[in-house]
Write a protein that binds this ligand. Structure first.
Ligand code: HMG
Length: 408
């Protein structure tokens, strides 16, 4: 049975790590002007996982309040999006399934395509619910962004998980059926199986992101999507928050008004608003608060942007907003949704602020130790200490098995 009922995000929660490194600490270590990191990249700090935290503990921590609020009974599918997988075979979502006591009558799979796959998960979830509006899908997006010490990418690290309950008649965001996609085989950022850190061509990746955004939007418009000026805000994937500004300026400059054939790919002159900083801020600033403090969280990033927007703007009821997802390699998707009136009653604003504020600041030496510790590919060499105060932790790795425990 198909349904005409709206489908979308009914609840959205996120978690991050126990530690954080302030960009000022990194700036003085690297000998760069702190303004480059704060203003040039738009980042104030990044989250650093404790030795007993990983994508599973973050995802379980993000999902737990959703299960507490809605119960587990109607969840028929868990889609776990990540590019920081802990196993080549077993889906990380199965550990979360166990930790949260979710029903056995629930399919669990993992999805990968760099930072993009949470958006694929969200779209797959809407299709499942269109078939059976009585069920719920739990979408988890959890990642740790890690680059080599001393590399250009180092200030753009971070870690977080987003959890979304996708349902019919959602309380927060109705997702439009129309979306635009773009894929291209390009090596702008990738991580071979034998490496713990990504390889990246930073400048190429920025150009690829901008092009993919433009092309995904062109596809969106050809398929009958809204015009840019109809959206109240734009939630971009934010590897660093300044990237949202670069991409949005590019989109405003290159997305023309659709012609009679519906093709909007013609380049127009930069519109006035393209260069107007106040307009850019109106469209983007509210989406950047969490990513500015957390850093890149790959699959979770666009949904942390959404959480930030909803928590910081009171005027979004019935307003269309856009989500723009980019994953290197590369796939991009542009879709819209309408914020549901009454959405503010369903937000987690206090918990979100707490997740960011409770992180312990660490010095460079401590961060360096944690960075090297998580480089160890042979689990037998890893020293897992009791550090996190999150409700779930990685307790041990024994006989190649990861053993998780609840601390509450
Ligand atoms: P960089 O070379 O260190 O930085 O690399 P830069 O020299 O380009 O400077 C950055 C900005 O700071 C520039 O601003 C400077 O002008 C400014 P812009 O010109 O670009 O507007 N600046 C200053 N501003 C104020 N005061 C100062 C000052 N000095 C300079 N004193 C880069 C930056 C992002 C390339 C690097 O950090 C990197 O390689 N990061 C990793 C790759 C990345 O994040 N790419 C983003 C697009 S790809 C993507 O989003 C996918 C991804 O999430 C992965 C996935 O999909 O899985 C990464």
């Amino acid at each position: 049975n198909t349904t005409e009922r709206p489908i979308g995000i009914d609840d959205l929660s996120f978690s991050t790590t126990h530690y954080r490194l302030d960009q000022d600490v990194l700036a003085s270590r690297l000998g760069v002007d702190a303004a480059k990191l704060h203003t040039g990249l738009g980042q104030d700090a990044f989250s650093v996982p404790a030795t007993d935290e990983d994508i599973v503990t973050m995802a379980a921590t993000a999902a737990q309040p959703i299960i507490a609020r809605h119960g587990p009974e109607r969840i028929r599918t868990i889609l776990f999006a990540t590019e920081t997988g802990v196993d080549q075979s077993k889906a990380a979502g199965l550990y979360v399934h166990g930790l949260l006591g979710l029903p056995a009558t629930c399919r669990v799979v993992e999805l990968k395509q760099a930072c993009y796959s949470a958006t694929a998960a969200l779209q797959f979830a809407t299709a499942l619910i269109a078939r059976d509006p009585g069920q719920q899908v739990l979408v988890l997006a959890s990642d740790i962004a890690k680059y080599q010490l001393g590399s250009e990418g180092e200030p753009t690290q971070g870690a977080a998980a987003a959890a979304m309950l996708v349902t019919a008649d959602p309380a927060v965001l109705r997702i439009d059926p129309c979306s635009g996609v773009y894929s291209e085989d390009i090596s702008d950022f990738w991580r071979p199986n034998y490496r713990t850190e990504a390889v990246v061509d930073g400048k190429l990746s920025i150009d690829a992101y901008k092009r993919a955004t433009r092309e995904a939007f062109a596809d969106y418009q050809r398929r009958g999507g809204r015009y840019l000026d109809q959206f109240a805000a734009f939630c971009y994937h934010q590897p660093f928050t300044k990237m949202a500004y670069k991409a949005h300026r590019h989109l405003l400059e290159h997305a023309g008004t659709p012609g009679p054939d519906g093709d909007s790919r013609t380049t127009t002159d930069a519109s006035d608003s393209a260069t107007d900083a106040a307009d850019l801020d109106a469209a983007l600033a509210a989406t950047t608060h969490y990513n500015r403090a957390i850093g890149n969280s790959y699959t979770a990033s666009a949904y942390l942007a959404l959480a930030s927007l909803l928590d910081h703007r009171k005027d979004l009821a019935d307003q269309p907003i856009a989500v723009i997802s980019y994953g290197s390699g590369a796939v991009a998707e542009f879709f819209g949704g309408t914020v549901v009136p009454g959405y503010r009653d369903h937000l987690r604003t206090t918990a979100n602020a707490h997740a960011i504020a409770r992180r312990q600041p660490i010095d460079y030496q401590h961060y360096q130790r944690l960075h090297h510790e998580s480089d160890l590919t042979d689990d037998a060499d890893r020293k897992i200490e009791q550090q996190t105060t999150a409700p779930y932790r990685l307790a041990a790795i024994a006989d190649h098995q990861r053993i998780y425990e609840a601390t509450i």
